[in-house]
Design a protein around this ligand. Structure first.
Ligand SMILES: C[S@@+](CC[C@H](N)C(=O)[O-])C[C@H]1O[C@@H](n2cnc3c(N)ncnc32)[C@H](O)[C@@H]1O
Length: 178
């Protein structure tokens, strides 16, 4: 069985549509901070979800979290750890760095994003602009952890980093649940 979780109903609706052909998928509206599942899993992954790694060129990876508070990150990983079997894997997706840009999207509106560094991470402002009118604006605070901090944080909940092999496809960083 594959279980997918997200905090937002709208995202789950998109997932439901895309995953319709698969009968072994179950989707659930959940905040990872108080994640509750019915069973343990051998593999848990997040690609562009609550947690992911950013690798900027040949610099060390750093962890990005949608949860700005350290306490929430601890609670989220603690909950997640409950549902990963011993010897199971946690895969966290790898993305490129965030940067400012704007582009015209299919409906002719302009999408723009602006990234500002702050004490414990960065703030991202998102805009949807129709001509001279801003039809949507959203600001999200992201928490970041250096690679050493991330490994330490994950180790607290039993996840040990598994260094990548040379020919790995580099979509995810892998952690083993001890
Ligand atoms: C950048 S979106 C990516 C969604 C999807 N993975 C994709 O690639 O299209 C990040 C997702 O994390 C979800 N999210 C943020 N905080 C969360 C939380 N505390 N618990 C569960 N999901 C959360 C958001 O609702 C959002 O759908």
């Amino acid at each position: 069985m594959i279980t997918g979780v997200d905090l937002t109903e709208a995202m789950l609706k998109i997932a439901q549509k895309r995953l319709q052909p698969f009968s072994n998928v179950c989707l659930s509206l959940q905040n990872v901070i108080c994640l509750t599942l019915q069973e343990q899993y051998d593999l848990v992954f997040s690609y562009g979800g609550v947690w992911y790694f950013v690798i900027d060129g040949d610099k060390e990876p750093f962890l990005v979290s949608h949860l700005p508070s350290d306490m929430d990150n601890c609670q989220g990983f603690a909950q997640l750890a409950k549902y990963v079997s011993a010897g199971g894997k946690l895969l966290l997706g790898i993305q490129g760095p965030h940067y400012d840009y704007e582009k015209v999207i299919v409906n002719g509106m302009k999408y723009a994003q602006k990234v500002t560094a702050c004490a414990e991470g960065f703030i991202k402002d998102y805009y949807l602009i129709d001509g001279t009118e801003t039809v949507m604006a959203q600001t999200i605070h992201y928490r970041t952890y250096s690679f050493a901090e991330a490994q330490q944080l994950l180790a607290t909940y039993g996840f040990q980093y598994q260094p990548m092999e040379e020919n790995n496809n580099k979509l995810f960083l892998e952690f083993k649940k001890l």
